[in-house]
Design a protein around this ligand. Structure first.
Ligand code: SAM
Length: 222
């Protein structure tokens, strides 16, 4: 199935032979050379998020989960300022190298620490974002989402990555028996939030069901 997806020629849509393509390639290679796990968003997803950022003219973007700054570079390539939260000092250091190599260091701020500690500080400082991208640990997705709702400007949007895999690979029994609510069920109860599931069929797969995932896209009403 992944081969069929590959044969669609979608790689032709991605940047090539330009500084963004070089920066993204360097970020992947330098991250791997430094032993970071290969768990970035896919190239097409990066392109999707960059297009979405431009569609809403995003000037300030918040990202939860920096890793080596691959998605950060996609966002910053649109001209937006990116604040990215990362718990692991080594990931932060590699991300800063990659962002600098991309020439985007003036547009990116990586804040080190557990996101659940950093997010209330951003709110206390009165920070507002046009778009929030949640791509850190699965167990905390709804907590991050609840913070993001407070941090986006009216009609700003929130993306949460890997929302299908979280259910497929998570505690399926607890979800099926209704003991545990999925992110969709929790988000569905929030007032002033309109959300949907964007399905992703990706050739960027490191294990079987990664080819079929999705992300949650929400708009927070003004
Ligand atoms: N967005 C990145 C990309 O596509 O290039 C990938 C992010 S990776 C899936 C998740 C990152 O979240 C890891 O670097 C991990 O160290 C970080 N992380 C995990 N728990 C965290 C927490 N509580 N606070 C902040 N960052 C966290």
């Amino acid at each position: 199935r992944a081969q069929k997806v590959d044969s669609l020629g979608h790689a032709s849509l991605l940047p090539s032979n330009n500084s963004l393509a070089d920066a993204l390639q360097y970020a992947l290679e330098n991250s791997a050379a430094n032993g970071l796990p290969s768990i970035t968003i896919s190239p097409l997803q990066g392109q999707y998020l960059a297009i979405q950022s431009q569609l809403i003219s995003a000037k300030n973007i918040l990202e939860i989960g920096t890793l080596g700054g691959y998605s950060t570079i996609w966002f910053a390539s649109t001209g937006a300022k990116v604040t990215s939260l990362e718990i692991d000092p080594q990931h932060r250091d590699v991300a800063l190298q990659n962002v600098k190599h991309a020439g985007l260091e003036d547009s990116v701020d990586v804040i080190l620490g557990p996101a659940l500690d950093t997010l209330p500080t951003l709110a206390k400082d009165g920070k507002k974002f046009d778009l929030v991208f949640i791509d850190a640990d699965w167990g905390e997705q709804f907590d991050y989402f609840a913070h993001a709702v407070k941090l986006v400007r009216p009609n700003g949007c929130i993306y949460v990555d890997n929302v299908v895999r979280e259910v497929l690979e998570g505690d399926a029994q607890a979800y099926e028996s209704g003991k545990k609510e999925t992110l969709f069920q929790k988000v569905g109860k929030l007032d002033g939030v309109q959300a949907t599931l964007v399905s992703v069929v990706s050739s960027h797969k490191r294990h079987e069901d990664e080819a079929f995932d999705g992300f949650l896209l929400a708009v927070v009403k003004g």
